[in-house]
Structure formats: structure tokens, C-alpha cells
Write a protein that binds this ligand. Structure first.
Ligand SMILES: [Cu+2]
Length: 151
């Protein structure tokens, strides 16, 4: 009996935490969503090279905002930082670790991990002004890559 009650508590706790999208303490941070969809979002030219698969192609955000990536496509994608790049590398810059969710600050390394159809990423704090490139582990050559400009 005691074990069952404990298990129920753990499940309830896990579900509650998993569903909460509230910003970190201090509250009130805006969440800006980037759409992830290789099927619907066309390629376009940006200052970093040819982007595609995310909308907007260039996301303008204010420092202090939270970013989230939502996969509205019918198959899996990632949104993964390309560290220290000002133009998109010719070949994929990603390793298999891109498939695992990591990071929560824009200026540090981060990845949404593999986002199944319909899934949303963790929120990523826009902690520092700058231009940040990211792309999809599976479809980098699609091209599936995009730009975040934080001010
Ligand atoms: Cu993809």
C-alpha cells in the first residue's frame, strides 16, 4: 500500500512538472515561439546564408525573452545551436548529441533534442544580445537552418 501511494505521488509530480511552461522565478518573461516545419516554411536568403524550415527565417527577440520551438510538421526535427558561427557551415555542424535536449541559455550550447510531430522544446532564455545560428540535426542540408537576432 505504502509503495503504491508513493508511486502515485511520483507520477503526479512528474506530470505536473512536465506540463508547466511558466518562466523561471521572477516571472513575467514573454515566450516567443519559433515554428519548426520543413514542409511549409520555404527557404530564403539571410545574412548568414540560405535559411529554411523555421518561421520566421530570422527571429528578432529582446533580451529577457524566452524562446520555444514548436514542431508543427508531420515528422521529427531538432532546433540546435551552431556555436560561434556567423555564416552557415557548408556541411552539417552537428553531432548525435543534438538529438538529446540540452541547454537553456541562448548564448550557451543548446538543443531542443528530437522534437516529434507536434512537440515543443524547452524554453531557452535570451540571455545576451547577438546573432545566433541554429539548425536541424536531421535536415541541415534541406536547408533547415535559421537565425536568431537578440537585442
Ligand atoms: Cu528537420
Amino acid at each position: 500500500m505504502r509503495t503504491r501511494a508513493c508511486l502515485a505521488f511520483l507520477l503526479l509530480t512528474a506530470c505536473t512538472n512536465g506540463g508547466v511552461l511558466a518562466p523561471p522565478s521572477g516571472g513575467g518573461a514573454q515566450i516567443q515561439t519559433v515554428d519548426v516545419n520543413l514542409t511549409l516554411n520555404p527557404s530564403s536568403q539571410t545574412s548568414a546564408g540560405t535559411a529554411g524550415g523555421y518561421a520566421p527565417a530570422v527571429t528578432n527577440v529582446a533580451v529577457g525573452t524566452l524562446l520555444r520551438f514548436k514542431n508543427s510538421d508531420g515528422f521529427a526535427h531538432t532546433a540546435t545551436a551552431i556555436p560561434a558561427a556567423t555564416t552557415f557551415p557548408a556541411g552539417s555542424p552537428f553531432s548525435a548529441s543534438a538529438q538529446t535536449q540540452s541547454g537553456s541559455s541562448l548564448s550557451q550550447g543548446w538543443s531542443s533534442g528530437t522534437l516529434a510531430a507536434g512537440a515543443s522544446s524547452q524554453t531557452i532564455m535570451v540571455d545576451k544580445a547577438g546573432t545566433y545560428l541554429f539548425g536541424c540535426f536531421f535536415h541541415y542540408g534541406g536547408p533547415m537552418r535559421s537565425v536568431i537576432v537578440a537585442q
